[in-house]
Design a protein around this ligand. Structure first.
Ligand SMILES: CC(C)(COP(=O)(O)OP(=O)(O)OC[C@H]1O[C@@H](n2cnc3c(N)ncnc32)[C@H](O)[C@@H]1OP(=O)(O)O)[C@@H](O)C(=O)NCCC(=O)NCCS
Length: 170
């Protein structure tokens, strides 16, 4: 029998440079390039959790808090924060490191949702996840609210049915 899966089992880290062809006119990393890098890292994390084909269902949240200059070494850390029936939320932290000291600074955060599918693209069940640390538990708890918000915005859930989300305002 498979051991209980935790967010650490899906942990994925992707490190790469920012090259001139990937920057905007201010010589900072182009937002779409970062979105694509994060999509790749997150899809690997989702796949590591469920060992199935996964597709991106939604980009729930991206905060471009800091620009990332040309030549930066960028590390994306991704892990599944919650598994639902066929969908998984993947939480990402993006870091840049100082060339001289090697010290890491958090540049961005993002949250994507993936769905596990079979060979014909139909959703299939994923294993449950068991958060361990305080951070993992808080991201797990908030994931249901984010899923409901994403479904409401996508027109796939009525706002009145988004119980967890509504509870925030009560
Ligand atoms: C994602 C996809 C498989 C969902 O299919 P669907 O017919 O909506 O299937 P369902 O309604 O059964 O939903 C499946 C799961 O996706 C979740 N989901 C669907 N849309 C979502 C959204 N916008 N945000 C978060 N979760 C979403 C559902 O809540 C459900 O989760 P659960 O099983 O864990 O409860 C389908 O829309 C798809 O294949 N989209 C294209 C994916 C793709 O090509 N991505 C790359 C973009 S170029």
């Amino acid at each position: 029998m498979m051991d209980k899966l935790t967010p650490k089992d899906s942990f994925t880290t992707v490190t790469d440079l920012v090259l001139p062809s990937e920057t905007n006119p201010l010589n900072n990393l182009f937002g779409g390039e970062l979105l694509a890098r994060m999509d790749r890292a997150a899809s690997i994390a989702a796949r590591r959790h469920c060992r199935r084909i996964v597709v991106t269902a939604s980009v729930n949240h991206v905060a471009f808090n800091r620009s990332i200059p040309l030549g930066s070494v960028v590390t994306i850390e991704a892990q599944v924060s919650r598994a639902f029936k066929s969908s998984m939320e993947v939480y990402m932290d993006v870091w840049i490191e100082d060339r001289e000291s090697g010290e890491r600074t958090k540049a961005n955060e993002a949250i994507y949702s993936f769905v596990a599918v079979d060979d014909t693209g139909r959703p299939v069940a994923v294993p449950p996840i068991h958060p361990e640390t305080e951070l993992e538990k808080s991201r797990y708890d908030a994931a249901l609210r984010r899923k409901q918000l994403s479904l409401v915005l996508a027109g796939k859930m009525k706002a009145i049915e988004a119980t967890e989300l509504k509870a925030l305002f009560e």
